[in-house]
Design a protein around this ligand. Structure first.
Ligand SMILES: *[C@@H]1O[C@H](CO)[C@@H](O)[C@H](O)[C@H]1NC(C)=O
Ligand SMILES: *[C@@H]1O[C@H](CO)[C@@H](O)[C@H](O)[C@H]1NC(C)=O
Length: 413
């Protein structure tokens, strides 16, 4: 039953990205800021290619088994620049990624004003991002490379870490540096400004199996909503953060993404947002408070019923349609893939080729929209195989007995 399993795998994967995006800052450890010691001697630059400056390194950190160094390429991605604070080995591996070697892999939309958005201050929410033109589901709103990537560690003292992050930001081109320094903070503590900005604005990414925090200034302007009209995914092979619309967005509507898993309960979402980002969730779903969880309960009950393939199963086409409507009514347009998966299997199970194909197409689109390059190609292959010939799929007519149509022997699962 790999296809049912797939649906649930995707739900679990939906928390990717924003989890643990915070440096744990222990204020007891704060020292005085340390003086910078920058290596900006122009004669030396080509010696460190592809880095623009001599790497600035910590001592060996025993639990990492290596030192961490600041590596900056000041012309990366059409002049935006990038600073990476990581191990020598990971830095070297990163320079083998396509964007360091082949300019053509970088989308022409990258780091440019796509004409899809503008930013504007909003009362008590800082700055927000708004649609400049009508957007359709699937449209790329903004695609960016990170300006700072930092090894996720809790080994350096805040003052030490601050020193390296200061070097990292200082070595970037002036406009990139300004874009970073313009971002909001969590704690408002100027002595640890660089990591305070990182705490408020970074997304978690994996570089060679190791968690790093990455700052993308433009998408950092996008505020949170538990029923977001946009969604992001990060393609680590091209180091690109994509934000795409998940439903039609009219001009001047604020663009939003979820900073937490919108399928969590009200209390879980509130706790996570308070602890990690220091704000109280006031989006429409949060304003309903705990009573908004009723819809989640119904959603989970429907999914449990549709996932029941025993002879006693009460699963029906009506339940599958209800599940889709429930996601849409809750504003969870970006999270529809499990509902479409269930609908595809349900229609297949009563022998409807048309229904199965319709919902497989929608499921594949929804999976690719939500996960981008993280989508499991093997799983997508299984769905596409089912699209070609639903009658060969294990779910085909598996529930035919329950429909009004004539009884047929149940195929083996
Ligand atoms: C920075 O990386 C680019 C590729 O994006 C490369 O062409 C350039 O030479 C690098 N800069 C330095 C100083 O090596
Ligand atoms: C930084 O913020 C100022 C004031 O809001 C703005 O004028 C400037 O364009 C911003 N700079 C960058 C690089 O985003």
């Amino acid at each position: 039953m790999s296809a049912v399993w797939t649906c649930f795998m995707f739900i679990i994967a939906s928390t990717i990205g924003v989890e643990d995006s915070l440096y744990q800052i222990d204020f007891q450890q704060l020292f005085q800021s340390v003086e910078l010691n920058l290596n900006t001697d122009a004669d030396e630059t080509s010696r460190y290619a592809p880095w623009s400056f001599k790497p600035v390194c910590t001592q060996t950190l025993p639990s990492v088994g290596s030192e961490l160094c600041v590596y900056t390429n000041a012309t990366f991605a059409n002049g935006r620049g990038i600073s990476i604070f990581t191990t020598t080995q990971i830095a070297e591996q990163t320079t083998t990624l396509p964007p360091f070697n082949d300019r053509d892999v970088l989308s022409p939309l990258l780091n440019t004003d796509s004409g899809a958005w503008y930013t504007q201050p909003i009362s008590n929410k800082g700055i927000g991002m708004f649609a400049k033109r009508p957007l359709r589901r699937g449209d790329v709103i903004v695609a960016t490379t990170p300006v700072l990537v930092a090894y996720s560690e809790n080994l350096l003292s805040p003052a030490e870490r601050e020193r390296y992050l200061q070097v990292a930001i200082h070595q970037l081109p002036a406009s990139t540096r300004e874009a970073y320094l313009n971002l909001t903070t969590v704690h408002g503590n100027p002595e640890i400004l660089m990591q305070d900005i990182a705490a408020a604005n970074t997304f978690a990414i994996q570089l060679h199996g190791q968690k790093h925090l990455a700052a993308f200034p433009e998408p950092s302007r996008i505020n949170h909503d538990c029923a977001p009209n946009a969604q992001f995914h990060i393609d680590t092979a091209t180091l690109t953060h994509y934000v795409r619309a998940v439903r039609p967005i009219p001009p001047d509507e604020e663009i939003s993404i979820a900073y937490t898993n919108p399928l969590d309960t009200y209390a879980q979402r509130q706790r996570y947002l308070r602890q990690s980002f220091g704000f109280e969730c006031t989006c429409r779903r949060c304003r309903r408070g705990g009573s908004g969880d009723d819809a989640l309960d119904e959603l989970n009950a429907l999914q449990a019923s549709l996932g029941d393939w025993t002879a006693e199963s009460k699963a029906s086409v009506a339940q599958a349609e209800r599940l889709i409507k429930l996601y849409q009514d809750q504003g969870l347009d970006g999270y529809l893939d499990p509902a479409y998966c269930h609908a595809a299997l349900m229609y297949s199970s009563v022998g409807s080729v048309k229904g199965a194909r319709k919902y497989v197409d929608l499921a594949v689109d929804a999976i690719e929209l939500r996960l981008g390059s993280y989508a499991d190609q093997d799983d997508l292959g299984v769905w596409k195989e089912m699209r070609r010939d639903p009658s060969k799929h294990w779910s085909w007519k598996a529930r035919k007995k329950q429909s009004r149509a004539e009884l047929k022997p149940k195929p083996k699962l």
